[in-house]
Design a protein around this ligand. Structure first.
Ligand code: PLP
Length: 391
């Protein structure tokens, strides 16, 4: 007979999902109530306020889409792009490519600005693209590229968009909770994020926020939004301010308990403290990795503290190292994606998983496995280097 499923206990230090706090797991196991229950509606209002805090925005249209980050991405493009619209899409990794795919599927014209994987989006190239094309409706970029570990300059990109009278659409899936995300300060018009990266919540929900300008753009559409489920005007009948809370779809009740708890944890810690913790643990991990001779893919200035991408040393078997880490240490790290497959490891220190214990586990385990693979390393040196920074 098929039995209940009990997952193994892992330490998740890949590109997401990250380790979920026991507080969030406990919240998720609380009794399911109706999605129109007044108590549930009260919790929904709190989620909106907590998301406004986390995203640093007063946007009224701030809500969790009931589906993963990719659906949040789609929600932004399906509402804002109409057939024939020109959209500049910055691609410096996997996720920029997905944005371009969204724009073209909704009939938009993609103006692709490409940068090498591992580098930040070039402001000069974006400026040149605006100079070459008039009537650009929006500029879309990924704030924290999880495929490479790069941070792009969101404030400057938004400024370029506004200078050219275009909307700024930002992917903040990996940035939210790990580094500063300042919607109102930067003037982001549409943003989507995810729960399973630095919010340390199970996957499956995507926080989304639209500025007033973005809402007006949706209201002025000539064509109907081609997705019923993601049509913001319809969703707001359930989530909106003073809305009648009419049935739109059945909200994922327990997943929203989890998001609420994760956001309460973030607010208790404080945004700035959370960013500092991510930065500090990154510095410890970096010291340990560099003590093993591992090199970062990304320039120091553009590195994400929550996603550390290092080159795999010559002659080392990528898949074998990762499977030994999983088997012997129950530790998950990420493989390279796309053009970087087999060339890099992506080591996440996201949300709840960004702590001293995980840094030490990772550098010790990786050192042991590399020594077993024949790399000439002094045993214990990596943890000593990390400890020096973090103790
Ligand atoms: C993970 C991720 C996504 C996609 O999120 P899913 O929840 O996997 O759909 C999009 N953009 C970035 C930058 C990501 O890291």
């Amino acid at each position: 007979m098929t039995q209940s499923f009990y997952p193994p206990e892992r330490t998740l230090m890949g590109p997401g999902p990250s380790d979920v706090s026991p507080r969030v797991l406990a919240a998720m196991a609380r009794p399911t109530i109706g999605h129109l229950d007044p108590e549930f509606v009260r919790m929904m209002d709190e989620i909106k306020e907590l998301l406004q805090y986390a995203l640093k925005t007063k946007n009224a249209l701030t809500l969790p889409v009931s589906a993963p980050g990719s659906a949040g991405m789609e929600a932004c493009f399906v509402n804002l792009v109409e057939p024939g619209d020109k959209v500049i899409v910055c691609q410096n990794g996997v996720f920029g490519g997905r944005m371009a795919e969204n724009v073209s599927r909704f009939g938009g014209e993609v103006i692709l600005v490409e940068d090498e994987w591992g580098t930040a989006v070039s402001l000069d190239k974006v400026e040149a693209a605006f100079a070459q094309h008039d009537n650009v409706k929006a500029l879309a970029f990924v704030h924290a590229e999880t495929s490479t570990g790069v941070r792009s300059d969101a404030a400057e990109l938004c400024a370029l968009a506004h200078k050219n009278d275009a909307l700024a659409i930002m992917d903040a899936v990996t940035s939210l909770g790990g580094i500063d995300v300042d919607l109102d300060g930067w003037g982001v018009d549409a943003v989507y994020s995810g729960t399973q990266k630095c919010l340390s919540c199970p996957p499956g929900i995507s926080p989304v926020s639209f500025s007033e300008r973005a809402v007006e753009t949706v209201q002025k559409r000539e064509s109907a939004v081609p997705s019923w489920f993601l049509d913001k005007k319809l969703v707001m009948g359930y989530w909106g301010e003073g809305a009648k809370r009419a049935y739109h779809h059945t909200a994922p009740v327990n997943s929203l308990y989890a998001l609420h708890e994760a956001l309460v944890i973030l607010k208790d810690e404080g945004l700035e403290n959370a960013w500092q913790r991510h930065q500090k643990n990154h510095e410890g991990l970096k010291a340990g990795l560099e003590a093993m001779g591992l090199e970062f893919l990304v320039d120091e200035a553009n590195r994400l503290p929550q996603l550390n991408t290092v080159r795999i040393p010559e002659g080392v078997d990528d898949a074998k190292v990762r499977s030994t880490l999983l088997k012997n240490y129950s530790l998950e790290i990420g493989a390279g994606l796309g053009a970087l497959a087999g060339k890099v490891w992506r080591i996440g220190l996201m949300g709840h998983a960004s702590n001293l214990r995980n840094v030490l586990l990772c550098v010790n385990a990786l050192e042991n496995v590399l020594i077993a693979e024949g790399v000439d390393l002094e045993r214990g040196a990596a943890a000593a280097a990390a400890t020096k920074v973090l103790a």
